[in-house]
Design a protein around this ligand. Structure first.
Ligand code: GLP
Length: 240
């Protein structure tokens, strides 16, 4: 794992955005993996700013998001599809038909299978943006999730439901399940950029980097991925 530390969250998000923008410039038909949560919001803001000011084009880019809540239709204002449109897709020149977010309604088993097929037929994900949950989850792979899983349905832990309530009116509204790319799907990505900032991520960052590789802390498996960069601020890196 390559560790990059920054003095401010702004510098960190700028650096992540720059890495993505440079990858798109180098390979205009990049297959890009994207994430949700609060961590990537600044990255998306910087990408939109760059698109407006410098004209970086996403017309040939294909994207795959990590996950979606079960039971929320794409047009639901709390869905991750809605989040992506609002924070990124509506503000750049990407073709919506080339953006993919797992579907959390309908035949879920079929949705999981089809999502993996789509990733495969795009040739795999070349660059994947990741965050980390305070319990060590990546995408929605909660502690205990198999390292061998592809896209599947996951029951969310109390910890995740509590953390993600900030996006809902109250905790009761947070869905209890999600459709998520599995750990194996994530390990198949060529290059991974993981963003973690704030003191509440310090303990889990230490576990991810220095602890044993264990399903109890799903992100620890990234120690075995050959091309992962961690973008940390002073606070999230404080226990390293
Ligand atoms: C959610 C997402 C993850 C994300 C995590 C961290 O549960 N499924 O992909 O990494 O939250 O969220 P935040 O960035 O808000 O701390």
């Amino acid at each position: 794992m390559q560790i990059k530390k920054f003095d401010s969250v702004e510098a960190l998000t700028e650096a992540v955005a720059k890495t993505i923008i440079n990858a798109v410039k180098k390979k205009p038909d990049l297959v890009l993996g994207l994430s949700t949560g609060s961590s990537p919001i600044g990255v998306y803001k910087a990408m939109v700013k760059d698109h407006i000011e410098n004209g970086t084009s996403y017309k040939q880019v294909t994207t795959f998001n990590l996950d979606e809540y079960v039971g929320l239709a794409p047009m639901d204002s709390n869905s991750y599809r809605h989040f992506m449109n609002e924070h990124l897709f509506d503000h750049i020149d990407i073709l919506k038909s080339q953006t993919h977010v797992p579907l959390g309604i309908g035949n879920l088993e079929e949705n999981c299978q089809k999502y993996e097929e789509k990733i495969n037929s795009a040739g795999g994900i070349q660059l994947q943006l990741l965050g980390i949950g305070t319990n060590g989850h990546i995408a929605f792979n909660e502690p205990g999730a198999s390292f061998d899983a592809l896209t599947h349905i996951e029951n969310l832990t109390e910890d995740t439901i509590f953390s993600n309530r900030k996006f809902f009116e109250n905790e009761e509204q947070v869905p209890r399940q999600a459709i998520t790319m599995g750990i194996k799907s994530i390990l198949n990505c060529e290059k991974i950029l993981l963003v973690a900032y704030g003191a509440n991520k310090a303990k889990v960052v230490k576990g991810m980097v220095e602890g044993p590789v264990t399903t109890s802390l799903p992100a620890s498996i990234l120690q075995k991925h050959g091309n992962t960069s961690l973008f940390l601020d002073q606070e999230s890196a404080s226990m390293l």
